[in-house]
Design a protein around this ligand. Structure first.
Ligand code: ZN
Length: 212
């Protein structure tokens, strides 16, 4: 805890004054450009990876970057998605998976989750991801395949939310699937265009640029 308190002191002393003008504007303006949905994993830091300034990313983080498909009744993830898309009017949504994801590893390697029943329940939202990835391969390759398929499956889930469906139909939002590699800092841009309406095929060409 002392590290955090010291961090706040450094923020107040150095980082905040360096962006005083920006923070003054943000005091009354909240206009993020992107809804960024990533895993809760401490090694994945959306603002750092994308070099974004405060106010640019509206971030939702869940274990395994899972986005439950729309169902009647509300939950925190659905409310955050709706607020970002329908109220704040973000222009893009990124679902970002990552290498060595604990959630995807548990599923790919069929870990015993009986001691973590809430985690086991939550990971059922990746059932379609597992179905897409199949059961071939082994070890890290199998986890990597599931990480990718999971991002695509969550993009499909995202499109079931009415606010997202409306924005896609109106052409006001685009969906993007990324996978961040922790050991080398690259971002792979997936091409979900065949499975999710409203996604941009141009992303395929961005992979090399992002990975460079
Ligand atoms: Zn993860």
């Amino acid at each position: 805890m002392r590290d955090l308190i010291e961090g706040v002191a450094r923020f107040r002393q150095d980082a905040y004054p360096a962006r005083a003008e920006l923070f003054a504007e943000l005091a009354t303006v909240h206009r993020p450009t992107t809804l960024f949905i990533s895993c809760s994993d401490a090694r994945v830091v959306p603002e750092l990876i994308t070099q974004s300034e405060p106010g640019e990313l509206f971030v939702v983080r869940t274990a395994g970057n899972l986005v439950p498909a729309h169902t009647p009744g509300s939950d925190g993830v659905a409310a955050s998605i709706e607020y970002a898309v329908a109220v704040l009017g973000v222009r893009s949504v990124v679902v970002c998976g990552h290498s060595a994801c604990g959630a995807m590893t548990a599923l790919a390697e069929e870990h015993d989750l009986s001691a973590a029943p809430a985690v086991a329940d939550w990971l059922r939202h990746a059932d379609a991801s597992r179905a897409r990835a199949g059961t071939t391969g082994s070890g890290a390759g199998r986890v990597d395949a599931l990480v990718r398929e999971n991002v695509l499956a969550q993009l499909a889930n995202l499109a079931t939310h009415p606010s997202v469906a409306r924005a896609l139909a109106g052409g006001t939002v685009t969906l993007h699937g990324w996978v961040y590699s922790i050991p080398d800092g690259t971002v792979e841009v997936l091409d979900p265009v065949s499975s999710v309406p409203g996604t941009r095929p141009a992303d395929r060409n961005a992979t090399a640029a992002l990975a460079a």
